[in-house]
Design a protein around this ligand. Structure first.
Ligand code: NAD
Length: 500
């Protein structure tokens, strides 16, 4: 059977796909087989400008549409996303290599939830300002005003979820958007643009451009862009934030992590192992909030490793459409080579002890998948804080176990990093869990679980892991600016320029 190919992708603006103004093409690859899944036309400078102009033209009317009417339109998009869940999940599986068991239950669902949340929030007072009497003759009122045309730049690991986490609050607040998906996973963007259109989002409110860093850089430096919402690596985020700062643009930065998972001495070991596996092998380790530094009490280490080795067989690589498969390939050849080089470095240079896995494909992969970018779930143990595999974000299925002697020592070591995206603790004494989690320097923390990120929960990194938050009530604030108005009713202006 010939591999499935999607139709060519062109910039989408003014409500339709615009097959002109291409600055070359590239292929998007199915990482499970290494075969092309579609041709993407890189948006030329001219078509990027037209996409921005289309958003500018749509802004006056969309921002003036009462929030409750915007809500009705966005709710129709939520319904369409849910109706088309499996169709969209198949596209995400093709583009990212994640198993269908995952994309069909997480990627679109968590995106649609966020759209529903922000649509509801703006029609139920989320955009209300405040008003107060300053003195008997004067009032102050404030309003939350949309920013204008915003740019969103996505990473490749959660394509449609990232597009929705950015466009949902953006559009709900009355802004327009130009979105650039990652060049590694661009297929979802046209589906999302079509869904917004079918739902009744006016032409020009949501636009898509395609390409790599240069296309993103043109967006971030464009004078008509009011805000840049970025998800990606710390090093890219610094460039993007620097460019946006030059134009005094608002930014949200969702960047990388090297998050600590602290297993407390009284933890249920079985539960802690489940948490650590989720925090390292879900999505083949390609989750920004992964808990890759697993701190385990030295006295518990042997039991932790024994249970982990028993459970590693439940990581099942294989046909991505088999409901039993819960582990896919890495998302691109370049990323596969990067992860392999970290695994080799861990073994050969860091001299960490390899408990399981290694730089090879999982056993029993069908012949048809052997050209894909598969790697085994890998665990290093007896790791130390100075190892490269412990210090740097690998973004693959590579867990490092770090034995510790006292909780104070574990907390100190957990915080010895420039990153601060996520952290978590496992333990039975709830007071101790709260005490320890309170000391961990991270913006997203969990107790006795890992990874859940519901629409209601604001998420964002501390330190080098980012700026601002997405989701939750605070997530809406990132897409509005404040306007304060003072009204004087006293009938005279307190001028100093009166006649003496
Ligand atoms: P990346 O930084 O390589 O690329 C991200 C996006 O930036 C892509 O669309 C890329 O084309 C674009 N880009 C590259 N150079 C640019 C420039 N100079 N100006 C503007 N845009 C530019 O990141 P990636 O490899 O796609 O994603 C993986 C990273 O994303 C990991 O570090 C992961 O932790 C992080 N991530 C963070 C979150 C979060 O919420 N904190 C979520 C998902 C992924």
């Amino acid at each position: 059977m010939a591999p499935h190919r999607e139709e060519d992708r062109h910039a989408f603006y003014a409500g339709k796909s615009q097959p002109s103004g291409s600055a070359g093409t590239f292929e998007t690859i199915d990482p499970s087989t290494g075969q092309s899944a579609g041709t993407i036309h890189i948006s030329s400078a001219g078509s990027i400008d037209k996409a921005i102009q289309s958003a500018q033209s749509a802004f006056p009317s969309w921002s003036a549409t009462p929030p409750i009417e915007r809500t009705r339109i966005l709710q129709r998009a939520v319904a369409l996303l849910r109706e088309k869940n499996d169709e969209l999940a198949k596209i995400e599986t093709l583009d990212t290599g994640k198993p269908f068991s995952e994309t069909s239950t997480v990627d679109i669902v968590t995106g649609a939830d966020v759209l529903e949340y922000f649509a509801n929030l703006v029609s139920s007072g989320g955009l209300n300002g405040e008003s107060f009497r300053l003195r008997p003759t004067a009032w102050v009122y404030t309003s939350k005003e949309p920013l204008g045309v915003c740019a969103a730049i996505g990473a490749w690991n959660y394509p449609i979820q990232i597009a929705l986490w950015k466009s949902a609050p953006c559009l709900a607040a009355g802004n327009c958007m130009v979105y650039k998906p990652s060049e590694f996973t661009p297929l979802h963007a046209q589906y999302l643009a079509s869904i917004y259109k079918e739902a009744g989002v006016p032409d020009g409110v949501f636009n898509v451009v395609y390409g790599a860093g240069d296309v993103g850089a043109r967006l971030t430096s464009h004078p008509a862009i009011a805000k840049v919402s970025f998800t990606g690596q710390v090093s890219t985020g610094k460039k993007v934030a620097g460019s946006a700062a030059g134009g005094m643009k608002y930014v949200t930065m969702e960047l990388g992590g090297k998050s600590p998972l602290v297993v407390l001495p009284d933890a249920d070991v079985d539960q802690a192992v489940d948490g650590a596996m989720l925090a390292n092998f879900f999505s083949t380790g390609q989750v920004c909030t992964n808990g890759t530094r697993v701190f385990v009490p030295r006295s518990m280490k042997a039991e932790f490793e024994r249970i982990l080795l028993g459970k590693i067989q439940y990581v099942r690589a294989g046909d991505l459409h088999d409901p039993a498969t819960n582990f896919g390939p890495l998302s691109s050849k370049a990323h596969y080579e990067k992860v392999l080089s970290y695994i080799r470095h861990g073994a050969d240079v860091d001299k960490a002890k390899m408990l399981c896995g290694g730089p090879r494909q999982p056993a029993n992969l069908p012949q048809s998948l052997k050209q894909g970018y598969w790697v085994e779930p890998t665990v290093f143990t007896d790791c130390t804080d100075d190892m490269k595999i412990v210090k740097e974000e690998i973004f693959g299925p590579v867990m490092s176990i770090l034995p510790y002697d006292t909780v104070e020592e574990a907390v100190k070591r957990a915080n010895t990093t420039e990153l601060g995206l996520a952290a978590g603790v496992f333990g039975k004494d709830v007071n101790e869990c709260h005490r320890v989690v309170g000391q961990l320097e991270a913006g997203i923390t969990w107790v006795n679980t890992w990874g859940e990120s519901p629409a209601e929960m604001a998420v964002g990194g501390w330190k080098q892991s980012g700026l601002g938050v997405e989701n939750g009530r605070r997530g809406l604030e990132a897409w509005v600016r404040n306007k304060s108005t003072l009204v004087e009713m006293g009938g005279s202006v307190p001028t100093v320029f009166s006649k003496l």
